[in-house]
Write a protein that binds this ligand. Structure first.
Ligand code: ADP
Length: 331
């Protein structure tokens, strides 16, 4: 099974404002044969930042070199990448905030002047030489722009913040990719999978891949296979996803917040570690989804369980009524 990746803006579902803006830039830059402006995509992992960079390269028919912040950890490595770029090439740096500061400094000079200042030798004998670079475009991706040096942020001419996707958009992605993978999904099934996808296309595709394995275990044919509501229900039951679209991890977060922290407020890291979820995943996958569903809320003092969150737990777990924590009802 091939990895699915939309190749054009038309194929890319959701993020309509970003697409509209990119379409305008792409057509005018294509027409004038200019260098594409340095662009920064901000958003959680799996929302489509790499895909958009690939689309820009594809639409402009230009070469795209893909690398990441942790790989560019030495000035020499970065210099080698930059000096190998050809005119109008695109350089995509994922997790750009993870580049060490000296590398970020080199990068922002390179972005502005298309030149590299390299120090040769040490102490008094050391001298700086300037290497010129081919004019290129930098496309950065990050979920933590605040960890980038501000002169680096200032050098980006275009800045796009990717939102989490709606259930309808994820449903559309699931049906479309399903077709490519020979799965015909009923709308209701696709919507239920979308609900469990946490607003993130990568999660949606992971679930769809598992569904495919689930239904194809005993099916050996190239013809497409229809996934009925019954199949969908059996699959979600296997994953232990409930009718609210919540996974065991979501339930663990809510129960931990209720039982161990008396409904909060509690800091993100403490909650994540107690619920056995990495703080990174808690921040980018679980917390945003639970907030969107109105089950938890973010306050100045930390995360709290909402009334709706409490109602959910009451519905799913037999809570002791007398155990109700006062803070739960003040929100
Ligand atoms: P990021 O770079 O933000 O981590 P990716 O661009 O790698 O995310 O996307 C993760 C997966 O989700 C890829 O397989 C990609 O094809 C798919 N994907 C992302 N956004 C969309 C979208 N809007 N429509 C369809 N598929 C998408």
């Amino acid at each position: 099974m091939t990895l699915y990746r939309p190749k054009s803006l038309e194929e890319f579902i959701g993020q309509s404002r970003i697409k509209k803006e990119l379409k305008i830039y792409l057509s005018s830059i294509k027409e004038r044969g200019e260098i594409f402006p340095h662009t920064l995509f901000v958003g959680a992992p799996g929302l489509g930042k790499t895909t958009l960079a690939k689309i820009i390269a594809y639409e402009l028919r230009r070469d795209l070199k893909i690398t990441s912040g942790p790989v560019l950890d030495k000035v020499g490595t970065l210099a080698a990448v930059l000096t190998n770029l050809k005119e109008k090439d695109l350089l995509f740096i994922d997790e750009i905030h993870r580049m060490p500061k000296p590398c970020q400094e080199i990068l922002y000079t390179a972005m502005e002047d298309f030149a590299l200042d390299i120090v040769i030798g040490k102490g008094n004998a050391g001298k700086t030489i300037r290497l010129s670079l081919s004019p290129f475009t930098l496309i950065g991706a990050t979920n933590k722009p605040n960890l980038c040096l501000s002169p680096l942020l200032d050098r980006f001419q275009l800045f796009f913040k990717l939102d989490y996707y709606s259930e309808e958009e994820l449903k559309e992605i699931i049906i479309k990719v399903g077709k490519k993978w020979n799965l015909e999904l009923e709308e209701k099934v696709a919507l239920n999978l979308a609900k469990a996808s946490k607003g993130i296309p990568r999660q949606a595709l992971n679930i769809l891949r598992r569904l495919r394995d689930f239904v194809l275990v005993n099916y050996k044919s190239d013809k497409s296979i229809k996934i009925t509501e019954k199949d969908g229900e059996a699959f979600l039951k296997l994953l232990d996803v409930d009718d609210w679209g919540l996974t065991p991890e979501d339930r663990r977060c809510l129960l931990t917040l209720y039982k161990e922290f008396k409904g909060g407020p509690v800091g993100l890291t403490s909650l994540a570690l107690s619920a056995q979820i990495t703080p990174e995943e808690m921040e980018t996958i679980y917390e945003p989804a639970l907030i969107r569903l109105g089950l938890i809320a973010r306050t100045k003092r930390g995360r709290i369980l909402t009334k709706k969150g409490y109602a959910y737990l009451k519905e799913k777990f037999k809570l002791n009524e007398n155990e109700g924590f006062p803070c739960l009802f003040s929100n």
